[in-house]
Design a protein around this ligand. Structure first.
Ligand code: ZN
Ligand code: ZN
Length: 345
């Protein structure tokens, strides 16, 4: 098959012919119809920030496609099914996996990073990673459910425990944060503040339902600004890694507030005296990927017309153009949300 390969030491992908491994009995062969380009692919491919542990390395973790072959023990899918492949991989056997909380698995991984991903014509994948995609959801929108939409969904709904009417601040409105805005809206948030350093990303956030945009500047005390604009914030979700400067933001929280960290920053967290958190019962938590609840629930929200992902697809391109659109995403060319690769083009 044709696939975009990351060779070690290279900072771009090479489209080549590769052998597909044999299909295991519990696997399904999926013909890939769409694979999203994620911000993490920029770090992985263009910046060489992570090392791949397998070869040939085929990145891409937001996949949708069609089932074209079944392993002997596969029971839940049939030929011709439209499917989304969840982005995360897990052991499938530990207590977390068995409880459907796969993103807590100690062996958690991500397609493309730990094993072959979706910038290819086909993938062989265990049926437990697949979700049926209804005909009403186009393949590109289906593909981004795997990460760009499900990761913020887990952060807002399950780690952030958003309740209707609450005031929310979303920090970082790129491919993930923008969908956090849409999800907060869909789940009934009262007021939504969008925070970013990029004016274009804030424009996107406003068009996804944010009530107010805050352009973040250097040394800005975000908490102070939030406190001035709202009486208090119930949920802050950070997709930027900016929250190292957490102290001022904590002081903007309402009692019982939650701070959910999704973006990975490098700085130490500065938090106020413990009594402030204790007495106000404020929680700080992380959120990583999503578990098996997210994609089916998002498909339901989409079918109920509570989220619209039409504007999330900034273009669909052929496999040979994957490097160009990695750069286009990095440079935020034309204010993109998600570029999609379709290997059939
Ligand atoms: Zn991703
Ligand atoms: Zn596990």
């Amino acid at each position: 098959m044709k696939a975009a390969i990351l060779h070690s030491g290279q900072r771009s992908l090479k489209v080549e012919e590769v052998e597909l491994p044999e299909l295991s009995t519990n696997q399904v062969k999926v013909k890939i119809k769409a694979c999203g380009i994620c911000g993490s692919d920029i770090h992985f491919v263009l910046h060489g920030k992570m090392k791949s542990t397998y070869s040939p390395c085929i990145p891409g973790h937001e996949m949708s496609g069609e089932v074209i072959q079944l392993g002997e023990t596969v029971t839940k899918f049939k030929l011709g099914d439209r499917v989304v492949v969840g982005a995360g991989t897990s052991c499938g056997k530990c207590s977390y996996c068995l409880a459907g909380r796969e993103n807590l698995c100690e062996e958690i991984g991500v397609f493309g990073f730990n094993r072959s991903g979706g910038f290819a014509e086909f993938i062989h994948v265990e049926e437990r990673y697949l979700h049926k995609l209804p005909d009403s959801i186009p393949f590109p929108q289906g593909a981004i459910l795997a990460d760009a939409v499900s990761t913020p969904y887990h952060a807002i709904k399950y780690q952030g425990e958003l309740k209707p009417g609450e005031t929310v601040a979303i920090i970082g409105c790129g491919g993930l944060g923008i969908h956090a805005v849409a999800i907060a809206k869909a789940l009934g948030a009262g007021k939504i503040f969008a925070v970013d350093i990029d004016r274009g990303s804030l424009d996107n956030a406003l068009s996804y339902g944010a009530d107010e945009a805050i352009l973040l500047e250097k040394n800005m005390q975000l908490g102070k600004i939030l406190k001035e604009k709202a009486k208090g914030i119930d949920l802050i979700a950070d997709f930027s890694g900016f929250m190292a400067n957490i102290e001022s933001s904590i002081r903007s929280m309402n009692r019982g507030g939650r701070i959910v960290l999704v973006g990975i920053g490098r700085n130490k967290l500065e938090i106020p005296m413990p009594f402030f958190l204790i007495e106000r019962q404020i929680r700080i938590t992380g959120s990583y990927g999503s578990d098996s609840r997210a994609i089916p629930e998002l498909i339901q929200l989409y079918s109920d017309k509570k989220i619209d992902l039409t504007k999330s697809i900034s273009g669909v391109h052929k496999l040979e153009d994957v490097n160009e659109y990695l750069h286009a995403l990095e440079e935020k060319r034309e204010n993109p949300i998600r570029f999609i690769i379709n290997p059939e083009l």
